[in-house]
Write a protein of this length. Structure first.
Length: 312
């Protein structure tokens, strides 16, 4: 993912990564979820427009939806700190939280209720997207090496699943999704604008969408069929091939409670289906988002080096 202009400036001891991603605040300024709520981002109280586009061939070429925030949204709670530059995130069926640390090349694990994270793997190259596989291992995208690897949470062992070659001068692979119907990883080929499916057991790769996606950074299988895809640089959220919303730097797409949410690196969380509205703001470069088993969203607030839980 690319950095948001709203990310907090780094402290003197912090170092920006070679890819120019957003920097973060030190972990020592953070506290677990049981600390004072004053540290939580302020609730959204403003309204903002979003555009939805009708499918090609329909009577209306485009429609406009007014995005409105709820009057009294519940603020998120702080789960705990990252390692300095937390990025993407995944939640296991038992609620255990895993996240990638981009600058430090680590994978962190946090208890379901929050607390201080533990590093379970190190030495990765610009780790980005992360998915908990059915066998409990983790699939992680290494942007620095343009491949997908498997991480064993018990031993920290790292093995290659598949390479995702990058023949451009753009940043490499970014987020990862999971297709339960085919038991395959959904891999947005970010530099090439394609969507791939990779079998995590064999590494076999199929091209699902051959191009035209801008810079896709996350994907999901929609319950109705087709795919939900975010195009970060194009500012588009695609649902089943239709532009459902246009946002500033959309990054991840998640479904929970019958709704679909997208995080925008400009500092907000949006609901994009069944309606388009901003539901949370005041975040600092929210680089990752995942749904927990209880229906809550776990969010990486990278600019403040912390993980949050928000209940829609």
């Amino acid at each position: 993912v690319t950095p948001s202009a709203t990310a907090a400036a780094p402290p003197p001891s912090a170092t920006a990564s070679a890819t120019g991603r957003g920097s973060t605040a030190p972990a020592t300024n953070l506290a677990p979820a049981t600390t004072a709520p004053a540290a939580n981002p302020a609730p959204v109280t403003t309204t903002a427009p979003a555009t939805t586009t009708a499918p090609a061939g329909t009577a209306s070429a485009a429609a406009t939806a007014t995005a409105t925030a709820p009057a009294t949204p519940a603020p998120p709670t702080v789960l705990g700190p990252g390692f300095g530059q937390p990025d993407d995130i995944a939640v296991a069926p038992d609620g255990t939280i895993y996240f990638s640390d981009f600058a430090g090349g680590r994978i962190g694990r946090m208890p379901p209720g929050g607390g201080r994270p533990t590093a379970i793997a190190q030495g990765l190259s610009d780790p980005e997207g992360i998915v908990v596989l059915p066998d409990g291992s983790l699939a992680v995208a290494q942007q620095g090496r343009n491949d997908i690897v498997r991480v064993d949470p018990a031993t920290g062992a790292v093995t290659i699943i598949a390479a995702v070659p990058n023949h451009t001068d753009r940043l490499g692979v970014d987020g990862l999704g999971w297709d339960p119907a085919t038991q395959s990883l959904l891999v947005p080929d970010s530099p090439s604008g394609r969507l791939l499916a990779i079998d995590p057991r064999s590494g076999a790769t199929r091209v699902l969408i051959p191009g035209g996606l801008g810079r896709p950074t996350d994907a999901m299988r929609l319950p109705s069929g087709g795919y939900g895809i975010v195009d970060e640089t194009g500012g588009r959220v695609l649902l089943g091939g239709t532009v459902a919303a246009r946002l500033s730097e959309p990054d991840d797409i998640v479904a929970t409670g019958g709704r679909i949410y997208v995080n925008a690196l400009s500092g907000a969380i949006w609901e994009v289906a069944p309606r388009v509205r901003q539901v949370l703001g005041g975040l600092a470069n929210p680089q990752g988002m995942a749904a927990a088993p209880d229906g809550s969203l776990v969010i990486v607030d990278q600019g403040r080096n912390r993980l949050l839980r928000w209940r829609p």
